[in-house]
Design a protein around this ligand. Structure first.
Ligand code: ATP
Length: 453
């Protein structure tokens, strides 16, 4: 029953995302492509706000962090050194009864036996390793010498360029490199909307440090990342911290936390924070033969830095933001009737559109000119939506569904038609409380800037 309620909620979220232009199926007119998604006009703004805030928090506001932007396709030897070519695989099983394909570790299990999640049969093939990296070739020859992979994570570029970044940025330990970019995984079962996709974006940090600071810094990053989620509108109470036991961690990791969010389809991973010791740099030193060490002045010798890696998904966080914001409430309409108001209660910082600007009537040139002028003044600073069609209540509802935190309506007051006290003022409407206040036009920009920063 509860599950049914949750899946119905998810269906309504998916339908709103399509209807309002957040997310579309990739190549939809050709039947789509499983595991690939396109972001529409509102979705792309949401993702951009998320990435910009992550970048601001983790790069611009910190002295000990720098950014980089690596290529998606790298020398194949990178993936041999990192271990991805050999071990980046999922156990794949086929159901012999209904011919569906599954990840063995995601199948239900009873009395030590796995069952097909589609038809319930236990007649399954033995698991075989399926490498998740997409392959391609550079140049015209499709042979082994030209084999390349689409990166399955952004992290490796930051290890491979560690020396160049260190030499050019003049950072000292501890310091970090941050990167946002696309990653590709040929997931066996893409599912739960955009949650498990085959093409997605990551926001990753490699924070290099002395060995003795690794565990402490992992806990500091945990706090930092929890604060980040609160600051974008995902409350602490909706996030579960999973302290991964040693038996389930990568063999080189001394500590790993998974941060999980309570999605309507279940509590699932948003981000991993892993203390990876000196594994990655050591592997690249070994495979490339190049000196990726750091000269530790205090100790007077070279060391291989350790690393803490907070690795988050843009698409999963965007989906969490949408799920968290989605609300349906019963309200009383203009004519006293009860109706359902669908509203996305985004934190103003994340909202795709910050402010709607409306003239009360579209056939009054003075009002239209005033409203257009206000929109033009605000536009260089934030995403604005100008709308002059339909009753004002309908325009508010449209913005509620888009998650727009503020709307400005230009009525006759700014023109001085209702007396001098209200001249040069407009109505500012607040999405969540649906309250309205009269605000001088000159105060709009500073107020909206402060609320959406
Ligand atoms: P999962 O166990 O869900 O497959 P993972 O532990 O393999 O994830 P990581 O390799 O730690 O994931 O990747 C870091 C982050 O990248 C994840 O926390 C997630 O936000 C994002 N991510 C990973 N795989 C996908 C995917 N297929 N679709 C969307 N985002 C993903």
């Amino acid at each position: 029953m509860v599950k049914e309620k949750h899946s119905a909620r998810m269906e309504r979220i998916v339908s709103l995302c399509k209807r309002r232009g957040f997310i579309f199926q990739s190549s939809e007119i050709y039947g789509g492509l499983n595991g690939f998604w396109d972001y529409g006009p509102l979705g792309v703004e949401l993702k951009r706000n998320l990435k910009d805030f992550w970048w601001r928090r983790n790069v611009r506001e910190r002295e000990d962090m720098v950014g980089m932007d690596g290529s998606i396709i790298m020398n194949r030897r990178v993936w041999q050194a990192s271990g991805h070519e050999e071990t980046f695989s999922d156990p794949l099983v086929d159901c012999r009864v209904c011919n569906t394909r599954h990840r063995a570790d995601q199948l239900p299990e009873r009395d030590g036996k796995k069952y097909c999640s589609h038809c319930g049969s236990s007649n399954l093939t033995a698991p075989r390793a399926f490498n998740l990296m997409f392959k391609s070739h550079t140049g015209p020859l499709e042979d082994d010498d030209n084999l390349v992979y689409l990166r399955p994570e952004t992290a490796q570029a930051m290890f491979v360029q560690f020396r160049n970044v260190l030499d050019t940025s003049r950072q000292k330990l501890p310091f970090g490199i941050a990167q946002i970019g696309k990653a590709f995984r040929n997931e066996i079962n893409p599912r739960n909307y955009t949650f498990r996709s085959r093409e997605f974006e990551q926001m990753e940090i490699e924070y290099f440090c002395h060995a003795e600071d690794g565990l402490r810094l992992t806990d500091e990053w945990l706090k930092e990342r929890l604060k980040f989620y609160e600051d974008i509108g995902i409350p602490r109470s909706k996030i579960t911290i999973k302290d991964i036991p040693e038996s389930e961690r990568a063999f080189y990791s001394k500590k790993t936390y998974d941060l999980e969010y309570e999605f309507p389809f279940g509590v699932s991973e948003l981000e991993g924070i892993a203390y990876r010791t000196d594994y990655d740099l050591s592997r690249h030193i070994e495979h490339s033969g190049k000196p990726l060490e750091y000269f530790d002045e205090a100790a007077g010798r070279k060391i291989i830095p350790h690393v803490v890696e907070p690795s988050a998904g843009v698409d999963r966080t965007a989906l969490a933001l949408i799920c968290e914001a989605f609300d349906e409430e019963t309200v009383t309409g203009d004519k006293g009737q009860t109706e359902t108001r669908t509203v996305l209660r985004f934190h103003p910082r994340m909202a795709p559109i910050k402010c709607g600007v409306f003239p009360l009537l579209k056939n009054k040139p003075d009002l239209v000119a005033k409203a257009r002028g206000i929109a033009a003044t605000l536009r260089p600073h934030m995403q604005i939506f100008y709308d002059e069609t339909g009753a004002i209540g309908r325009r508010y509802r449209r913005q509620d569904e888009a998650g727009t935190p503020f709307c400005v309506t230009v009525d006759f007051d700014p023109l001085g038609e209702n007396g001098p006290t209200h001249k040069e003022t407009v109505t500012l409407r607040h999405r969540d409380a649906m309250t309205q206040e009269r605000v001088p036009i000159s105060e709009l920009l500073p107020r909206l800037m402060a609320a959406t920063l």
